[in-house]
Design a protein around this ligand. Structure first.
Ligand SMILES: NC(=O)c1ccc[n+]([C@@H]2O[C@H](COP(=O)([O-])OP(=O)(O)OC[C@H]3O[C@@H](n4cnc5c(N)ncnc54)[C@H](OP(=O)(O)O)[C@@H]3O)[C@@H](O)[C@H]2O)c1
Length: 292
């Protein structure tokens, strides 16, 4: 029989999670601090609880999706709730840090409940589809025995490890990659605008170049994980040509008075590696210069 599920927090994401569960046939209860935001979910078949306690008592699985872990703690960390969650499964899908997840796991497990921590790698429109990824960490058997629930939320729900902080750690790593691309795009837009390149042309040429960049990213991760920092026959590009092309970018930005905030970080890392004698090593050698 399908377990009853409650969702605490029906903001943009929590509402999407609730819709996916109702759609998949789960008896779904929702609670939100601002009750009006939960009420539209009643029209599709969810039950709107009047309190956190009522929502917890209505279900075996409690999914939390509020703004941050401080908000979660404000909802759960009192004696009435602590005794109500005993023997239930709490799934924290609020974004947070690895440390926050470990601490929350400890608190929940100490109260006789099970805990999984998750990171949602998608926007609300991807929830309930095969394109949405949710990463979960915590006890493997808890994930396995509730796999159907997670699959209903995202066709690509994945268990990434037993240690509860792992999903959030991976989330931060992937966001670092994403922001690298987004801030890089801001820089590319600024250069294009200064040089009167049509932004449609930028988009077209990026589509053509993206597979090359994807290959470079995959190669960088692979070589770093193998510790292959010296240039060899398989090196796609050493630091030297990268740094040469980077100087052209800096010169153009200087001439056009484009803000250097994004590229100054790159420059610092290049310089550290080059000063340590790595100019002709594989680009992956830069990975050794990322610690303060
Ligand atoms: N939206 C996305 O694309 C996306 C993607 C991945 C992960 N996430 C994560 O999902 C979580 C929710 O995001 P969202 O986009 O749904 O944000 P949102 O629309 O701003 O909703 C925030 C929710 O948190 C609740 N909340 C905030 N502080 C609270 C408190 N002190 N006590 C009780 N409830 C509180 C809000 O309640 P009220 O309605 O009463 O204000 C609302 O339900 C965040 O951790 C976010 O990082 C979002």
């Amino acid at each position: 029989m399908k377990p009853a599920i409650s969702i605490l927090g029906t903001g943009r994401m929590g509402s999407a999670l609730a819709r996916a569960l109702v759609q998949a046939g789960y008896r779904t209860t929702v609670w939100n601090r601002t009750k009006q935001k939960a009420e539209p979910l009643a029209a599709i078949g969810a039950t709107v609880a009047a309190s956190v306690l009522e929502a917890i008592e209505a279900a075996q699985i409690i999914i939390v999706n509020v703004s941050d872990y401080t908000a979660t703690a404000a909802l759960l960390r009192n004696e009435t709730v602590a005794s109500a969650i005993r023997d239930k499964l709490v799934v924290e899908l609020t974004s947070g840090t690895p440390h926050g997840a470990r601490e929350a796991s400890h608190w929940i497990v100490e109260r006789g409940a099970r805990y999984l921590d998750g990171a949602i790698m998608a926007t609300p429109d991807f929830i309930g589809t095969d394109g949405g990824t949710i990463l979960l960490s915590g006890p493997r058997e808890v994930f396995d025995s509730n796999r159907d629930v997670f699959q209903a939320l995202s066709g690509n729900a994945q268990h990434v490890g037993e240690e509860p902080g792992l999903a959030n750690a991976l989330d931060s790593a992937l966001l670092a990659l994403m922001w690298g691309a987004l801030f890089g795009t801001l820089n590319a837009i600024a250069v294009s605008q200064a040089e009167r390149i049509d932004l449609g042309e930028l988009a077209r040429q990026w589509t053509a170049t993206a597979p090359v960049v994807e290959g470079l990213v995959a190669d960088l991760i692979k070589r770093t994980s193998a510790g292959r920092f010296a240039s060899d026959d398989e090196t796609l590009s050493s630091i030297s040509p990268h740094y040469g092309a980077f100087q052209h970018l800096l010169e153009l930005m200087e001439a056009r008075k484009i803000d250097r905030s994004v590229v100054d970080g790159y420059d610092k890392i290049f310089r550290r590696a080059i000063a340590s004698g790595h100019l002709h090593d594989d680009f992956a050698a830069l990975s050794q210069f990322m610690k303060e």
